[in-house]
Ligand binder design. Structure first.
Ligand code: ATP
Length: 587
């Protein structure tokens, strides 16, 4: 299949900001695709070659890309840099430069999707000495065969700047329409995706073998399962009411969520974002090998930093010391951890995700050989508000964030990839009107003055709206940052600067600088109010009103464990507003 067809579709997708149109274009593209390349196209349109958990990235630096472009086009570096300066986008600069190249040398070979994919794969996997030369040669080869438009998208793909804004949900919907019969197939396709986290594999099975086989896909060890998430409520009364008077309350540990996969003597660990983080925790790997009774198991645990002297739990931030390439042995000694397991999803070939929580929990007890480092989350079945409150105090007293309250009815399955009311979090009251923090995405910034001159004075932050697959602004935050934060953020955000507002960002405010929505920060505000200038859940309660977080303050927590789609969603902010109103009425 010709790569030109993809490049055309990319062009059309770029030209629209409407989700429905985007889906239609993708449906057309997928329908006109030969079955062998559907999976590749799914990965490519998201700027990838493999599912995220495999950790294989193309990652070509801009410098190297320019070198390849010089070789392929015969243009001068200064000319390329001048266009880059003008457009702020190496993709566009490439298109301009190649358009100037003499026609006669064009199209020496037609680029196919297969060839492009193989070449990108080669670039991603080449390491060691001579890697730079090989990568440059492969990229230059692709560029010399590419049309200017194809080259634009190739360059954006290899430098990680494709940014078409095709999120998982859009791709799932397009697959359902193109190959599942109609939109109704989305549920089954989504379930398959939720248990394997590999959209390309689901697409491949769908086009080759049909929807029935997608429905039969099952959990496999070393394919991470998308995590089940909790809703929130501010009071024990409301929580018990939601559970008809009875639930299982568990300590809510303040650490990093880890999904453990074990098969025989091989163990892999996945983060909440489903990245393979095994290399950060060699001590956990050894622990699992020794303490897990089953040949195969997938379970979830919170990994918590503990004090060497006292065994007390330490804050989440201390786990940051494990995020390093070198010196991990030293970090293990200085920052030891304990695991608190809370769910078992798979054991010795058996999928437990459709079993009620009590069965999963009983199987978890059987599967783990507990010790000081590997424990099971402290829990209690509660029937009254008093019991729930007492247990909450006990949890806080032991250094936890609060409680996770879980349904124990026969329908209390593990809802992979979903946030629902089967789990409800109940966190400490922060002594302010807002009872919980929010995790918001940095979408823009305003220049700083005075002490902050040359850096950002305030950030424009957004919540995520999964229905629209858009980021909606909800606050402008300039407080809570230390001097170090200001410097770190300025540096961190440089790689995400874009020339215009991102197509997935809805904003009525004009920021001085716009970013690709990537960085997630934890913020605590005083209250949620209606606002005419913020787009979060616009029109949900009142026409032309969105929701704003007042007096926001950065808590110091960089939520590197969250992808932008994992940020607080816009509906949750409306729920916070409504629960505030209730508190006022009760008072
Ligand atoms: P979310 O994961 O819901 O988007 P978040 O990452 O901001 O939100 P919290 O709101 O603090 O985290 O609560 C959910 C997280 O709590 C889980 O993802 C998990 O990492 C952690 N957790 C701690 N203890 C438990 C437990 N006993 N059961 C389930 N999750 C727990």
């Amino acid at each position: 299949m010709d790569y030109a067809i993809i490049a055309d579709a990319y062009g059309k997708i770029e030209a629209t900001t409407k989700r429905l149109e985007m889906t239609d274009i993708l449906v057309d593209l997928l329908k006109n695709t030969s079955k062998d390349v559907v999976a590749k196209i799914i990965y490519l349109t998201q700027g990838k070659l493999y599912p995220d958990f495999m950790g294989i990235e193309i990652g070509i630096a801009e410098k190297l890309a320019i070198k390849a472009l010089i070789r392929a086009s015969g243009r001068k570096e200064s000319e390329i840099l001048a266009d880059l300066q003008k457009t702020g986008d190496l993709g566009l600069a490439t298109e301009i430069q190649l358009a100037k190249k003499k026609q006669s040398t064009f199209f020496s070979k037609v680029l196919t999707v297969e060839h492009v994919y193989e070449s990108l794969d080669k670039m991603a996997k080449t390491t060691g000495s001579g890697a730079v030369d090989t990568k440059t040669a492969v990229l230059a080869g692709l560029l010399s065969d590419a049309s200017p438009k194809e080259a634009k998208y190739l360059i954006r793909t290899v430098t990680g700047n494709l940014r078409l804004g095709i999120a998982d949900m859009t791709a799932l919907e397009a697959l359902a329409i193109a190959y599942g019969g109609n939109k109704d197939a989305r549920g089954s396709i989504e379930r398959a995706y939720n248990i394997c986290s590999d959209l390309g594999r689901v697409a491949d099975i769908l086009v080759r073998e049909g929807l029935e086989l997608v429905k039969n896909m099952h959990i496999m060890v070393f394919e991470p399962i998308r995590p089940m998430l909790a809703e929130r409520l501010p009071s024990p009364e409301e929580i018990l009411e939601k559970f008809n008077g009875k639930c299982l309350a568990e300590y809510k540990y303040d650490g990093e969520r880890i999904q453990v996969h074990k098969q025989a003597n091989i163990v892999n660990l996945y983060s909440r974002r489903l990245e393979n983080i095994s290399s950060q925790y060699p001590d956990v790997i050894e622990l699992i090998k020794k303490q897990v009774n089953a040949r195969e198991a997938i379970f979830e645990a919170e990994c918590v930093a503990v004090d060497i002297e006292t065994g007390d739990m330490r804050p989440f931030q201390e786990l940051m010391h494990r995020r390093r390439k070198y010196g991990i042995e030293n970090a293990i000694e200085k920052y030891p951890i304990s695991l608190f397991a809370f769910d078992l999803l798979f054991v010795n070939g058996k999928d437990l995700t459709r079993e009620p929580l009590t069965n999963r929990r009983a199987a978890l007890e059987e599967t783990l050989n507990k010790n000081v480092q590997l424990q099971i989350a402290t829990q209690k079945t509660v029937n009254t508000v008093k019991e729930l409150e007492d247990f909450f105090e006990q949890a806080i007293g032991e250094g936890c964030e609060g409680l996770m309250c879980k349904s124990i009815t026969k329908d209390s399955v593990y809802q992979a990839g979903n946030r629902g009311w089967l789990w409800i979090k109940y966190k400490r009251d922060y002594k302010s009107e807002m009872t919980d923090t929010c995790d918001l995405v940095v979408v823009g910034a305003f220049h700083g003055r005075g002490k902050r001159a040359g850096a950002y004075g305030a950030l424009l932050l957004a919540s995520y709206n999964p229905e629209k697959d858009m980021f909606e602004t909800t606050t402008k935050c300039g407080t809570g940052f230390t001097e170090k934060d200001i410097a770190d953020l300025h540096k961190m955000l440089q790689s995400y600067v874009i020339v215009r507002r991102h197509t997935r960002v809805l904003s009525m405010m004009e920021a001085d600088v716009w970013f690709e929505p990537v960085v997630v920060l934890e913020v605590l505000g005083a209250e949620v109010t209606l606002s005419p200038i913020h787009t979060c859940s616009m029109d949900a309660i009142r026409k032309s009103s969105g929701f704003a977080i007042r007096f926001p303050r950065f808590t110091g927590k960089y939520r590197t464990d969250k992808s932008p789609q994992d940020a607080t969603n816009s509906k949750e902010i409306v729920a916070m507003y409504q629960s505030q109103l209730k508190q006022i009425t009760v008072k």
